[in-house]
Design a protein around this ligand. Structure first.
Ligand code: FAD
Length: 412
């Protein structure tokens, strides 16, 4: 029995972790594809933990698209691959192993599934192709000043005027809005009911008059975040997903997918490997770092937790495959996944000793000409460490995820 069969049985039979011949052939095919198609710059940035360049990311996503591999989790009828769990597992393992980034999540992992699940035929025809081929980039307009954890209190208003809504208000922390062609937005369409019951889900063209962006520069000194202002922005009613005032249902569905994709197991496995490579080279107290028992204990403990997370993720995938309903599983993955990411990047910085401290995100990029500080592998960890402080906040803070678990699993 291969991994997939064992997983679908969901723990009722012992797990056999060997791959079948056809799985090994698939693994070889994925490796060859990545070797040939992953642009070097995209690989290097992802490996170092630096932010993507849009150009490189589009090139890589289009390569996945032309091979039919951009959206493994979508139903086949909308452009999915129809892969078994084992194949999906192999694919994500191979992406991580090769430092190949997954597609930017806002289109493929977030709004795409909302559109094919709750949208009408016209919306599917209009939006899904651009998401799959990466011609249309999306951003997420959920959070507002004062409405983050308490998202349902959001105030951005959409008032019906003929065939349009007129939208006024402000979103904040909108990642990569400066690259986006479209924004999916939660807006208030009824203020006289319980908060959750007066929200609608709109798809808004970023070029619409009345939209302005203001950059927010992060702790890592990079521009990935934005404020987005809406001033009498006219949005066709045809761009509303599902029913008016039912947006909270679609919003929650999307958040489940978002939290699952934040776990980033394959990338964390690559970080563990990286730390083991660094430990073979860095010297400490007259010996190699890999001989430092305290350091290796920390690394091994993280690896054990990561392994447990990986099996939790696989169990969740097998539940989805078996048509079972999820409850707090995405919250669990989000908490553990982000804690592990933070522990790993903290240890990466620690492993570099004094070379870990300088902030050198721009090493080879953007015309830098002074000599870098420290060995080549020292460039990136501090930038990623700083950015990932936010991982326990974005996608819904980890405290809120604990509240969800206490309610849904413990019944508190
Ligand atoms: C890097 C980054 C990228 C982001 N990208 C996006 C994006 O693209 N689109 C988008 O819409 N949003 C985005 N966000 C926003 C993110 O979803 C919110 O920051 C998050 O939901 C927390 O909301 P808040 O910042 O308003 O904090 P608050 O809700 O004010 O929370 C402040 C603190 O109080 C705690 N807290 C609040 N309520 C409770 C409670 N009931 N129980 C226990 N603790 C509580 C929180 O855990 C947190 O520690 C991003 C955020 C960051 C940092």
């Amino acid at each position: 029995m291969g991994t997939g069969d064992a997983l679908v049985n969901n723990g009722e039979t012992p797990m056999d972790l060997s791959f079948r011949d056809e799985d090994l052939a698939f693994q070889a095919e994925v490796r060859e594809f990545i070797d040939k198609k992953l642009p070097q710059d995209v690989k290097e940035r992802y490996d170092r933990g630096l932010h993507f360049s849009k150009e490189g990311q589009v090139q890589w996503q289009k390569a996945l698209y032309y091979n039919g591999w951009i959206a493994p989790n979508w139903p086949v009828e909308y452009g999915g691959t129809g892969w078994s769990i084992t194949q999906k597992f192999i694919f994500s393992q191979e992406l991580g192993r090769a430092s190949a980034p997954p597609p930017i999540p806002f289109g493929v992992s977030m709004v795409g599934p909302v559109i094919y699940t709750f949208g009408n035929q016209e919306q599917k025809d209009k939006f899904l192709p651009g998401i799959l081929n990466s011609d249309d980039w999306w951003c997420q307009g959920y959070s507002e000043p004062g409405s983050g954890s308490d998202l349902a209190s959001l105030q951005t208003k959409a008032v019906r005027d003929g065939d349009d809504y007129v939208v006024n208000g402000q979103k904040i922390w909108t990642s990569h809005a400066q690259h986006a062609d479209w924004i999916f937005c939660l807006v208030r369409t009824d203020s006289n009911v319980k908060h959750q019951e007066g929200i609608s889900f709109l798809l808004i063209d970023m070029k619409t008059p009345g939209i302005t962006l203001k950059p927010i520069i992060g702790l890592d000194k990079e521009h990935t975040l934005n404020e987005v202002f809406f001033d009498d922005v006219r949005v066709p009613v045809a761009n509303r997903i599902g029913e008016e005032n039912k947006g909270w249902t679609y919003a929650k569905f999307l958040l489940g997918n978002e939290r699952t994709s934040i776990a980033r197991v394959a990338q964390s496995k690559r970080h563990v490997e990286r730390l083991r490579e660094i430990a073979k080279q860095e010297r400490v107290n007259g010996g190699l770092l890999e001989d430092d028992r305290d350091f290796m204990r920390k690394l091994n403990l993280i690896e054990v937790d990561l392994m447990a997370l990986e099996y939790t993720e696989l169990r969740m995938l097998s539940m989805i495959e078996a048509g079972k309903k999820l409850s707090a599983e995405p919250s669990l993955l989000k908490i553990k996944g982000t804690e592990i990411q933070q522990r790993l990047t903290e240890l990466l910085v620690e492993s570099l000793g004094m070379y870990g401290a300088p902030y050198e995100a721009l090493k080879k990029y953007e015309g830098r000409n002074e000599a870098p500080v420290g060995p080549d592998y020292a460039h990136g960890p501090m930038a990623e460490h700083l950015y990932l402080r936010a991982a326990s906040i974005y996608g819904g803070s980890n405290e809120i995820q604990r509240n969800i678990i206490s309610k849904m699993v413990l019944g508190l």
